[in-house]
Design a binder for this molecule. Structure first.
Ligand code: FA5
Length: 338
């Protein structure tokens, strides 16, 4: 048995000496050391030996297995190393090749302007409130001093869902919702989507407004002008041309609209400003006593101003866009510019 084991070792070592590649080494390993290999079949014969010889031969088998294994493993490591050296030499990395372009998403220009507006008002101490886009007739009109037969309902072409429910036409209903639940002093903005049956170069059926209002015991029209002027100076630039124009809203008295000089034509007149040289961006005024009555505020004690600005119009002026509908066509070539 001892001789046969030593012969097996010699044969294995001789064979290992001739192998030329990784696969061949693995084959030799399986042939001699595998579960059904030659060493395993000799091991099976251990049981036929006299008991006193078994541990001696058993130990010899282990030693031979160790020696063959050591030779095979060192050969295998050599082949693996040589193979990787070879790959390093042939597979060169060309670091001058251009990388794969990963295009990064960007915030939509309307979101950018919205975030900027919220940032500026937050800096002036305004908090943010939200309200539902599907509103009741009461919040969108009645509580804002626009009863059912009021001609002002025609100012905002409404998408009705039923007699009582509609898509809000402005963010002003949020004024009512906030004043019903909070007491003055209040300094609140309410950003969101609004809907009207409207479509041309300066009107879209869905657009964004930011409502703002301030209520305390001695708020004046001067505060309204001061807050809005300082907001517009931060949003555009200090020397932007602004004008306050008298207007009418049933929920404010007195009321005004604010225009900004048209940047598309520099005030000379174009299709965007309809030849006027100005673009209207917001409506505003002192909160009407009837609105205070609807939310059970004492109009003798409190006064306040409110405004509602159109985000798309501001974005048109900021980025020099001459058709509001471009913001919603989702043409990637247009959106990539911002
Ligand atoms: C209102 O919606 C009033 N709720 C604003 C207000 C609030 C007045 C608080 C007084 C007190 P108006 O309908 O003018 O007002 O709209 C406000 C702004 O929204 C406009 O100045 C304009 O910038 C923008 N806007 C109006 N209609 C559209 C439209 N279809 N598409 C895009 N922007 C619009």
């Amino acid at each position: 048995m001892r001789d046969r084991l030593l012969q097996l070792e010699q044969a294995a070592i001789k064979e290992i000496g001739f192998v030329k590649g990784k696969e061949a080494v693995i084959e030799v390993k399986i042939k001699y050391l595998g579960r059904k290999g030659e060493l395993a079949s000799l091991t099976k014969e251990l049981g036929k030996l006299p008991p006193e010889e078994r541990p001696i031969i058993g130990e010899l088998i282990n030693t031979i297995r160790g020696r063959i294994e050591e030779k095979i493993n060192s050969l295998l490591t050599g082949f693996i190393h040589a193979e990787s050296e070879q790959r390093l030499k042939t597979e060169e990395l060309d670091i001058t090749l251009p990388g794969r372009y990963m295009s990064l998403g960007k915030r939509h220009p309307i979101t950018q302007v919205m975030d900027e507006v919220i940032r500026i008002f937050s800096g002036m101490g305004f908090t943010v409130a939200e309200g539902p886009e599907v509103e009741t007739d009461y919040y969108n009109f009645e509580a804002l001093n626009i009863p059912k037969d009021h001609p002002a309902r025609d100012m905002q072409d409404t998408f009705y869902i039923s007699d009582d429910y509609l898509l809000r036409t402005h963010t002003s209903p949020v004024q009512i919702r906030v004043m019903q639940t909070q007491k003055p002093p209040l300094r609140v903005i309410a950003p969101g989507k609004v809907y009207r049956r409207d479509s041309d170069v300066t009107h879209t059926p869905m657009f964004h407004q930011v409502e703002g209002f301030m209520v305390d015991d001695s708020i004046t029209f001067g505060d309204l002008k001061g807050v809005l002027t300082s907001f517009l100076h931060s949003l555009f630039r200090e020397d932007i041309s602004i004008r306050f124009r008298p207007s009418f809203f049933p929920f404010t008295e007195p009321s005004a609209e604010v225009d900004i000089q048209c940047v598309i034509c520099n005030g000379t007149g174009c299709r965007v400003c309809k030849g006027s040289g100005w673009l209207e961006i917001l409506g505003a005024g002192m909160i009407h006593p009837m609105v205070f009555k609807a939310v059970e505020y004492n109009a003798e004690k409190f006064s306040g101003f409110a405004f509602g600005l159109g985000i798309e119009r501001i974005a048109m002026l900021k980025f020099g866009i001459d058709d509001i509908r471009l913001f919603f066509e989702n043409d990637i070539r247009f959106l990539r510019q911002f």
